[in-house]
Design a protein around this ligand. Structure first.
Ligand code: ZN
Length: 305
């Protein structure tokens, strides 16, 4: 098995996870959980999104979250990333001091319309505008529904390649491939990644995986062997997509860390501190968690007390 020595895990729970929870999570509690993630040693955290509060009310405290965190952690030891759907959102994020954003375009036309009410072409025009307006803003282009769409089914690999080319054309060089509804299987993962690597061998693709059908970690293993080194996950396995019917949680960060560390692949994340943070989510938000490690009792993990 060809495996790396270390990988990078980007924690997206405070954005992808919280946005899927209907009941309001108090800003203080969000900040407490993000503090726990920082103590767990994540080096990059997607902390919120600058979407219209009517579209996703849970994210209406984006400004306060960013201001508090940037004031508290100005040592640049951790990157705070925010999702922005358009120039308006990017402007708000940039003015608060955010220098890295995620911009999502769906490979599926129908999903892109449901998500941002634009065609992929219009979304790329928006991306160009964003890049031209804020040249020093690092943009991660997340391509949604790469492995399947709730509206359109299979996605042609040519469509994914076209999107990567469009991204490169406007000067983006960070790409995340997303399995938005968790339909990818490990064989498909390998076929798609190898196909993309043929045309784009210098791109260090990141993966954003959902575990809707229980294939999340198997897909990680497949991707590791194809050279992927960056994975996005959410504590507790929180998540879903409000505009993708049937989407369930992201792969759980603690399950991912546990698997990788047991395989002797370094993540840098402190599992005990992460599990303590998951416990806060479990007790105070009480969502349905798809995580396994969240339910392993402390005796079998060897923890004391
Ligand atoms: Zn997601």
């Amino acid at each position: 098995m060809k495996l790396p020595k270390d990988v990078r895990i980007v924690e997206v729970g405070p954005r992808d996870g919280f946005q899927s929870i209907k009941e309001w999570i108090p800003t203080e509690l969000k900040l407490q959980i993000i503090d726990g993630l920082i103590k767990s040693n994540f080096k990059k955290i997607e902390i919120t999104s600058f979407v219209h509060p009517k579209a996703i009310p849970q994210m209406k405290d984006a400004k306060e979250i960013v201001q508090t965190l940037l004031q508290k952690y100005d040592d640049k030891n951790v990157i705070f990333n925010a999702l922005v759907p358009n120039l308006f959102g990017a402007k708000a994020a940039y003015e608060l001091g955010i220098r890295e954003v995620t911009y999502v375009i769906s490979a599926s036309k129908a999903h892109n319309r449901a998500n941002v009410k634009r065609t992929p072409r219009e979304s790329f025009d928006g991306l160009k505008e964003l890049k031209d307006t804020y040249p020093d803003l690092k943009i991660n282009l997340a391509i949604a529904t790469v492995f399947g769409c709730p509206y359109e089914g299979d996605i042609a690999i040519e469509q994914v390649k076209w999107m990567i080319e469009q991204g490169l054309h406007v000067g983006v060089d960070n790409f995340t491939l997303a399995d938005t509804i968790g339909v990818a299987n490990p064989r498909q993962m390998s076929v798609v990644l190898k196909e993309l690597k043929k045309d784009f061998k210098d791109i260090d693709f990141a993966l954003h995986l959902h575990d809707t059908r229980g294939m999340g970690l198997a897909n990680v293993l497949s991707a590791l062997q194809c050279g992927v080194r960056t994975f996005e996950s959410a504590l507790g396995g929180l998540g879903g997509c409000p505009f993708a019917p049937g989407a369930a949680g992201n792969i759980a960060s603690e399950d991912l860390v546990n698997m990788l560390e047991n395989m002797d692949i370094k993540t840098g994340v402190k599992l005990d501190k992460l599990l303590n943070t998951v416990k806060i989510v479990k007790e105070k938000i009480k969502p349905i968690l798809t995580s396994h490690m969240a339910y392993v009792d402390s005796c079998s993990t060897g923890e004391k007390g």
